[in-house]
Design a protein around this ligand. Structure first.
Ligand code: UDX
Length: 435
């Protein structure tokens, strides 16, 4: 099929590239000329494992076209996917849909032919209806608006696209389901569930799904606080409750706090959608609050570990991105924790395998180190914030001779017995301290 992706962020670029890889011709459109130029040189503007190779392969095979020419791309395609950002409006919980509506208007004015427009961006329930109203106002009839939310995770995006648990298609016109099923046949034949519902249903599934996962993480994070007080290992709890199929074992890893481009934004978005409909989502509200407060628990713990006065203490961060295998910093705990410690006079250094060098360049007392060894060698405290693979096998005794070195592992990456054997002063999340 001939497809057009509007927006080349994580969702648009990854799904566009993967759609091309299963045999479609895909136009990827973006307003950002430098992004399109980069892509035309075969360079991905985002860090996502395997994406560069897949872009090159499909670009060379003429299945992937990068352009700023929306009109041409729209007229050359049967299905147009809206993949633009839907951020939180500044100072509120509301969803900013301006990029979606702008794209819609541009599409409408670009073509007179019949097109299917699919919202892949996360949009509030009822957005499809609003889009239809815009189209009606302009006295146009040639567009079919459907919803097909994307569930891929950063860092695992290609695998998630290829092997989704489910493909959700929301439409009020049942005839469209057949066409979308054909598009997704290569994934359905590998086991993906093809699920159809109303357009509003599909829109709400995405928000409910992200809010539920954020709730699951927040639940185990709060249980980990209790574990710390009661000398219980939270990993036993995750395993013990996760073995119940009704609960499920995934997304039960206690950690710093959920971050990234979706959970913080979509939990807030869902609350604002509910408020608009005069519904109080008290659980989701509590989740947002609990997650936002979590950084305070960690900073308190840091003071407990190295003392209330951190002036001139050397603190080394391993990882600053919100999760491994991405260069995304959005809502990462590091953005709150590093400025806090620097303000208190600590000398902070950090290393991140994604090569994030400039994120904290404006902060006094904070410097980037280009490898693990240089970052850790003189530290009083090492804080592991992101569980990148290359951190799994660090020999801390070898790279840091400081007898008082302490390690605060916010991802429970290291084995407690091994840390005990190595006589490390080791603190983690919801597990007994070793000191
Ligand atoms: C999420 C959803 O998983 C995905 O379906 C949606 O399309 C976009 O949002 P993403 O934000 O890329 O994906 O990453 P994810 O792996 O879900 O992690 C989100 C945050 O939760 C990260 O900060 C991660 O470290 C944290 N997390 C995840 C935990 O703290 N514990 C867990 O058990 C799982």
């Amino acid at each position: 099929m001939k497809l057009c992706m509007i927006g080349t962020g994580y969702v648009g670029l990854v799904s566009g590239t993967c759609f091309a890889d299963i045999g479609n011709q895909v136009y990827c459109v973006d307003k950002d000329v430098s992004k399109i130029n980069k892509l035309n040189l075969g360079i991905s503007p985002i860090y996502e494992p395997g994406l560069n190779e897949l872009i090159k392969k499909n670009y060379t095979a003429n299945r992937l076209i990068f352009t700023t020419d929306l009109k041409k791309a729209v007229n050359s395609s049967d299905i147009i996917f809206i993949c633009v950002g839907t951020p939180t409006k500044k100072g509120s919980l509301k969803v900013d849909l301006s990029y979606v509506y702008k794209s819609i208007k541009e599409i409408i004015s670009s073509t007179k032919n019949k097109k299917i427009i699919v919202t892949k961006s996360t949009v509030p329930v009822g957005t499809g209806d609003e889009i239809e109203k815009i189209i009606k106002k302009l006295k146009r009839k040639n567009f079919e608006i459907i919803s097909n939310p994307e569930f891929l995770r950063e860092g695992d995006a290609i695998r998630d696209f290829r092997y989704p648990d489910r493909i959700v298609i929301g439409s009020n016109n049942k005839k469209i389901f057949k066409k979308m099923r054909t598009l997704y046949t290569p994934l359905i034949s590998k086991g993906a569930k093809f699920f159809t519902t109303s357009r509003r249903g599909a829109e709400l599934i995405k928000y409910a799904s992200n809010a539920f996962l954020a709730t699951k993480i927040t639940f185990i994070n709060e249980i980990s606080n209790l574990c710390e007080k009661t000398e219980v290992n939270v990993e036993d709890i995750s395993l013990g409750i996760g073995s119940d199929n009704r609960i499920g074992s995934r997304f039960l890893r206690a950690g710093p706090a959920y971050g990234g481009s979706c959970f913080p934004k979509d939990t807030k978005g869902l609350v604002s959608i509910a408020e608009k409909n005069k519904i109080n989502l008290s659980i989701v509200k509590s989740v947002i609050k609990s997650n936002q407060n979590r950084v305070n628990l960690h900073t308190k713990r840091i003071h407990k570990i190295i003392g209330s006065n951190v002036r001139n203490k050397k603190i080394a961060f391993l990882g600053v991105t919100f999760k491994p295998n991405t260069d995304d910093m959005r809502d990462s705990t590091s953005l709150k924790m590093i400025p806090y410690l620097c303000k208190k006079g600590a000398k902070v250094s950090y290393y991140d395998p994604s090569g994030k060098k400039k994120e904290f360049s404006k902060i006094k007392n904070c410097k980037y180190e280009n490898d693990i060894k240089n970052n850790c060698k003189n530290a009083d405290l090492i804080i592991l914030l992101t569980e990148w693979d290359e951190f799994k096998t660090i020999d801390f005794k070898k790279i840091n001779k400081n007898k008082n070195l302490r390690i605060y592992d916010l991802r429970n990456l290291y084995n407690l017995d091994q840390m005990k054997d190595k006589k490390m002063k080791y603190y983690s999340v919801g597990r007994p301290d070793i000191n």
